[in-house]
Ligand binder design. Structure first.
Ligand code: SAM
Length: 410
């Protein structure tokens, strides 16, 4: 394999945007890809994949190149070079040893030293799995050593691309056929009635099927949340932390567009995106509502079903957002725990007696998930019954790490 200089430049420049200018990885990648329309799909794939992988393995690469705390552009070139040298080995592949091109930026890259540092790194979990000290300690404290070893390893693997077919417009056999016409192969999974697991990492957003609202990209774990709500056509449903509406659209499809969904959030921008997606999906039975001081009180005991997909650390989805490892802080997670429990205790009042509520997070940490439900039941158990609870695990079932619990109001 040869490395093309403009592509390497693009990766190194994007890494600097992410680490020095604190840009979000997906936005920085999107920006650089838009900057040169002439790049073909392989070039784009190279830039996106290498950037994401170097972000994912940042701590390990930082260790092998022996970089200081304060970084300059040459350190990003060295990390890029080290990743080219190590990626086959790191994936346990027996590909031939890669030789770096004779570029001045690589003049300080010592291949033998990189390999010996890599062997050293293998003995230190937080280095080889590339996690900050505090997160490694927190994961181990909450999950136990054996489980954390497995989960953090699985969280560093690339996640599969999974679609949720929009049953308002199509069905999965039809979409699988249409994808086949575009040389995209898809597999089924019995647990996900509308799910299609794609082979490889094809770009699906440019297909006419996507533009026509035939599917959304949504991980398997996320596809389990709306069905747990047990919605029926005609019900009144509140999705209280709807964001851009991944789960709202699923709920709308399960309700066959009948009844009413109120999709709420504290960020108007996300609700606008939700409306755009709802139009594409043909979801007509929903309205969006920005949460203001009296919104929750006005909706007391008004919903048959309530989804609380609360803001969380996103630790269960770092396969897809590896830069979160470097942006999260213990203080931020602590603050989230307070918000999560406040949402659970205050927003639950919107549910009618006899109604069902799902509390969900995309975190692997019990302190953001199970612990809240246990405390809620301890404090208000006479009014609530826990009907069902589920945890998904990147290590065990290959899904993102979600928690979801269904509670019924007595
Ligand atoms: C996990 S995300 C929701 C993802 C969304 N349900 C989906 O499936 O695409 C959590 C959402 O909670 C919102 N949020 C944060 N604080 C909130 C609050 N106090 N009340 C309601 N929503 C809040 C965030 O803006 C974010 O969109």
């Amino acid at each position: 394999m040869r490395i093309h200089r403009p592509l390497a430049d693009a990766v190194v420049g994007t890494l600097q945007e992410i680490f020095l200018n604190k840009r979000q990885a997906d936005r920085a990648i999107e920006y650089v890809l838009k900057s040169n329309r002439k790049w073909g799909s392989r070039d784009r794939g190279f830039i996106a994949e290498n950037t994401y992988e170097i972000v994912r393995w940042w701590r390990m690469l930082h260790f092998v190149i022996e970089a200081p705390e304060s970084l300059n552009k040459y350190h990003f070139w060295q990390a890029f070079g080290a990743w080219q040298l190590l990626k086959a080995k790191h994936a346990n592949s027996d590909e031939a040893l890669f030789r770096l091109p004779d570029w001045v930026e690589f003049s300080k890259v010592n291949t033998n030293r990189i390999f010996s540092r890599y062997e050293e790194a293998k003995n230190i979990r937080k280095i080889i799995e590339s996690v900050p000290d505090w997160l490694d300690a927190l994961g181990e404290a909450e999950l136990g050593t054996e489980k954390w070893n497995k989960e953090i390893h699985a969280l560093n693997q690339q996640a599969p691309v999974i679609l949720r077919v929009n049953s308002l417009k199509s069905n999965r056999e039809h979409v699988a056929d249409l994808l086949g016409d575009e040389d995209i192969n898809a597999d089924y999974n019995n647990e996900l009635p509308d799910g299609l697991i794609l082979e490889g990492r094809p770009s699906v957003f440019k297909t006419s099927m996507f533009k026509d609202g035939f599917f959304e990209v949504q991980d398997a774990a996320s596809q389990l949340v709306a069905p747990m709500l047990d919605v029926k056509a005609g019900m009144r449903v509140i999705d209280a932390c709807a964001g851009a509406g991944g789960k709202t659209l699923h709920i709308a499809a399960l309700m066959e567009n009948k009844g009413r969904i109120i999709a709420m959030d504290v960020e108007e921008r996300k609700l606008q995106e939700l409306q755009k997606r709802a139009r594409r999906a043909g979801a007509m039975n929903l309205e969006t509502r920005l949460i203001e001081p009296k919104t929750i009180k006005r909706l007391q005991e008004s919903a048959d079903r309530l989804l609380l997909d609360v803001p969380c650390s996103g630790l269960g989805v770092i396969r897809r957002n590896p830069d979160a490892k470097w942006k999260l802080t213990p203080e931020f997670i602590e603050n989230l725990r307070t918000i999560q429990y406040t949402i659970l205790t205050q927003y639950s009042s919107m549910l009618k007696k006899g109604g069902k509520m799902v509390f969900a997070t995309c975190s692997l940490l019990p302190s953001e998930s199970e612990d809240h439900v246990r405390r809620f039941l301890a404090e208000q158990g006479e009014q609530w019954e826990l009907l069902e609870e589920r945890r998904t695990s990147p290590a065990e079932d290959g899904y993102d790490g979600f928690y979801m619990a269904c509670l019924q109001r007595k």
